[in-house]
Design a protein around this ligand. Structure first.
Ligand code: TYD
Ligand code: MG
Length: 469
């Protein structure tokens, strides 16, 4: 019988996609990346030297049945964060918080730990990036200096585990960041996929064994992956992204994976001079001041997880200078814009193929919901026709390639939020039956009807000589 692993074998691992190969090459065959392959030492095999593979120990198999129906939660005392996690952290679980460098991950984690510690929990913060003095300064600036958080500065996973295992067992442990943590069991440099994966695995195993909830902070690379660990995402129970546009104060914490709660849930924060402030009513914030409305602005009655959220969609259709017309999108999907423009052109006679088109979601929010189609289309038609939309109207609905306006889920929830913020009209997909006091509903069944409604009459557009059909 051939032993499976006779010696520690060097692996060549692509740092961008994680593919392992047996020899080095300049280009990764799997993802096509250049100069991404790095030699990484494998973990020393347990039975190295002995020829016999270790014999397994049998373990008992059990029922699916459980006495307690929901996992107990550890409330952190930062309500927006708790809600995104599904109502607090689950003991023994691991959570990955990813985000661009500088977005405010360390600030968020420190605030969460301080809140938890102030509620009487035992919170441990291990910083691998910042010195203790830096963390203390930041805490003092945010007014958290007196919170009983246990602080440590370390990068070796063995040291961290040894520290955690002695003394009072922690309720929550945060590791900031996972890219700085390394294990001496591997020869690879810190930050490589192998190190990040192995260190995360050890930390997650500690969480499961000890019942502590562990928060791993991870930086996202340029192309939007959590550096190294896509490899970590499957190890942890929940993955949260902390997002925010540069130049905006708003930060959105978004659950993209959660084994114990809903995904698509968001928490909204504002970055202030004193750390992050929670925003319990984000619609008012994202809408801002709408006292004067110019053509091209439409309010989308959106939904983020279980929470309704109104945002302004802004469009600008302008005469193209020369060459290929420009298309630029901020906060929305550019493929989606191309599709809406094509549908408007084919089904509503809106000929913009020669124009520059810009689309922006106000406030630095990213919108992924298909129900934003109608608001985007309304904004585009409004800008094209040079007519402002009524200030007190909201829009939602998905647009199909055939130009039909499709229903969107949770219409009533969206409309109630609109009423709360003083809106009195809503353009909704045909067949929406929501009974919301104080709101006049106008239903549209396709983009043609929408264009007529938005531009006043189709004539407006043909007078401008741009209608194709
Ligand atoms: P940080 O939490 O260090 O980001 P990350 O850990 O994601 O890299 O936050 C860094 C930014 O936040 C920095 O540009 C300054 C800003 N900030 C404030 O505006 N106010 C504050 O109170 C703090 C602590 C940071
Ligand atoms: Mg940081």
């Amino acid at each position: 019988m051939v032993p499976l692993m006779a010696r520690a074998q060097a692996n060549f691992v692509c740092q961008s996609c994680g593919t392992v190969s047996s020899k080095w090459s300049g280009k990764c065959e799997a993802c096509g990346g250049w100069n991404t392959i790095v030699e990484e030492g494998a973990r020393l095999p347990a039975g190295a030297g002995s020829r016999k593979p270790a014999r397994g120990r049998a373990f008992a198999l059990e029922d699916l049945k459980t006495e307690d129906d929901a996992p107990p939660r550890r409330i952190m005392g930062l309500p927006e964060f708790d809600r995104v996690c599904g109502g607090g952290l689950v003991p023994g679980s691991a959570l990955l918080v990813g985000g661009d460098p500088g977005v405010g991950k360390s600030t968020l984690i420190l605030q969460a730990l301080a809140a938890y510690a102030r509620l009487g929990g035992h919170a441990v913060y291990i910083s691998g990036e910042e010195a203790m003095a830096q963390v203390r300064l930041r805490a003092a600036r945010m007014g958290l200096g007196d919170a009983p958080v246990a602080l440590g500065s370390a990068t070796g996973v063995e040291d961290i585990l040894a520290t955690l295992e002695q003394g009072k067992p922690p309720g929550i442990v945060a590791i900031d960041s996972i890219q700085t943590i390394w294990t001496s069991a591997l020869e690879a440099a810190p930050g490589t996929i192998a190190q990040v994966r192995t260190a995360s695995f050890d930390l997650v195993r500690y969480a499961k064994a000890s019942g502590a909830a562990i928060i791993l902070v991870g930086h996202v690379t340029k192309d939007g992956q959590i550096a190294g660990p896509k490899a970590v995402e499957h190890l942890v129970d929940a993955v949260l992204y902390f997002e925010g546009e540069r130049g905006h104060h708003f930060r959105v914490l978004r659950a993209v994976k959660n084994r114990f709660g809903p995904t698509d849930e968001i928490g909204v924060f504002e970055m202030t001079g004193l750390g992050l402030a929670e925003v319990p009513n984000p619609s008012a914030l994202f809408l801002g001041d709408r006292s004067s409305v110019s053509p091209g602005a439409a309010v989308f009655a959106g939904l983020e997880g279980t929470r309704p959220l109104l945002v302004e969609v802004q469009a600008l259709v302008a005469a193209a200078g020369y060459g290929t017309p420009r298309r630029a999108v901020v906060g929305w999907d550019s493929g989606r814009l191309a599709m809406i423009l094509a549908v408007l052109e084919a089904r509503a006679g809106l000929g913009v193929s020669g124009n520059d088109v810009y689309l922006n979601i106000a406030g630095g929010l990213k919108v992924g919901e298909p129900a934003a189609d109608v608001a985007a289309a309304a904004a585009l038609i409004s800008s094209f026709a040079g007519r402002s939309l009524p200030r007190d109207c909201v829009y939602f609905g998905e647009i199909s390639l055939a130009g039909d306006v499709r229903a969107a889920p949770q219409a009533e929830l969206r409309l109630k939020e609109a009423v709360k913020l003083g809106f009195t009209r809503a353009i909704v997909p045909a067949g929406t039956n929501a009974d919301v006091k104080g709101l006049v509903l106008e239903s549209v069944k396709d983009v043609g009807e929408l264009a007529v409604l938005v531009a006043g009459e189709a004539q407006t557009m043909s007078q401008r000589g741009r209608v194709r059909s």
